[in-house]
Design a protein around this ligand. Structure first.
Ligand SMILES: NC(=O)c1ccc[n+]([C@@H]2O[C@H](COP(=O)([O-])OP(=O)(O)OC[C@H]3O[C@@H](n4cnc5c(N)ncnc54)[C@H](O)[C@@H]3O)[C@@H](O)[C@H]2O)c1
Length: 301
């Protein structure tokens, strides 16, 4: 049985993958935080992706790496730099040095969040990141491209939409991926023998999709779920959003700090009319000042 290393395994996506991939692979789980709820077939190896020595240690013996670990929303540059830029370099370089053949990289829809919602994009479009977070995902894809071309690493970049049991809002009816479809996509990334460097979208077979995901299908991905079955329920609860977030695929990430100064944590502008801070923009930024409990939103991906 293959040994698959999952970085960031203590997080949301890691939890889904552990459950979905159980019994099919030996899972080597790594995170900066300890993972204690191990089940048979799992081992835990603690490590910080920003530290090369840690990555050289945790990547040893893996057949493939599913690289999830890092900062998973918009945030301060220093955090993105360490966890996502330095961290990504370390994972690819440690894979190369330890002879790990394949890396599956958790990229994001935010690598291309500045495409408009009325555009259908495929894996060949040039990136249009909507945030520092999105830029870090483009970096990950591009270092993957370099390591594939230069060192022969096999690299599978998944521009994940949103992994959730059900799609939480209108935007995510277009980008949702069910946990079991994500596991199907990850299996393609691990098992397809003909991968050199690929970019695919990590989405279910959504009727409202903004993506032409034919590259994933060509490689063998057959999603079984469609967000549409939740559409009526989701749309009944949906409140009208800011027209600028409604225009772009990246949603609230696009509006965060729009026209503001990214060096200031409080760069999110106040609404010219009411003087209140737009919560939709703020919700996309980890590390931004906290909203009052009643208006606080969950981070959106
Ligand atoms: N959840 C989604 O819908 C979604 C969508 C698009 C992309 N992604 C990407 O998938 C990956 C996983 O997302 P998630 O929702 O599980 O995020 P998450 O924040 O729940 O989990 C990320 C994990 O990475 C770990 N981590 C953070 N810094 C680290 C470091 N320096 N070294 C090692 N581990 C570190 C955290 O402890 C956490 O367990 C991320 O790379 C994210 O950008 C997720």
């Amino acid at each position: 049985m293959k040994t698959i290393l999952i970085t960031g395994a203590a997080g949301n996506v890691g939890g889904h993958l552990r459950r979905e991939l159980a019994g099919r692979y030996n899972l080597q789980l790594s995170d900066i935080v300890p993972i204690e709820d191990l089940v048979p077939g799992e081992k835990s190896v603690r490590g910080d992706v920003a530290k090369m020595a840690d990555m050289l240690r945790v990547t040893k013996g893996a057949s493939a790496i599913v690289h999830l670990g890092g900062f998973s929303a918009e945030g301060p540059w220093e955090s993105i730099l360490q966890a996502n830029i330095v961290g990504c370099y370390n994972v690819f370089e440690a894979a190369r040095r330890n002879g790990v053949k394949r890396v599956l990289f958790a990229s994001s829809n935010h690598a291309a969040g500045f495409y408009k919602r009325d555009e259908k994009i495929d894996h060949r479009v040039y990136p249009k990141p909507d945030s520092r977070y999105g830029v870090s995902k483009v970096f990950g894809e591009q270092i993957g491209s370099l390591y594939a071309d230069k060192y022969g690493l096999e690299v599978f970049c998944m521009r994940i939409g949103n992994v959730n049991a059900t799609p939480p809002d209108k935007r995510r009816l277009s980008i949702w991926i069910s946990p079991r479809d994500l596991a199907r996509l990850v299996s393609v990334g691990i098992e397809n023998p003909n991968i050199s460097f690929e970019i695919v979208y990590g989405v279910s077979d959504n009727r409202r999709s903004w993506y032409d995901n034919s590259n994933a299908r060509r490689l063998g991905y057959l999603p079984q779920d469609d967000a549409e079955i939740y559409a009526a329920e989701v749309l009944a609860k949906e409140k009208p959003g800011d027209p600028r977030t409604e225009m772009f695929q990246g949603g609230t990430f696009v509006l965060a700090e729009y026209g503001g100064d990214p060096s200031r944590k409080t760069a999110i502008r106040k609404s010219p009319k009411s003087g209140t801070v737009r919560k939709s923009a703020k919700a996309a930024v980890k590390g931004a000042p906290k909203l009052k409990k009643s208006t606080k939103q969950k981070k959106k991906k």
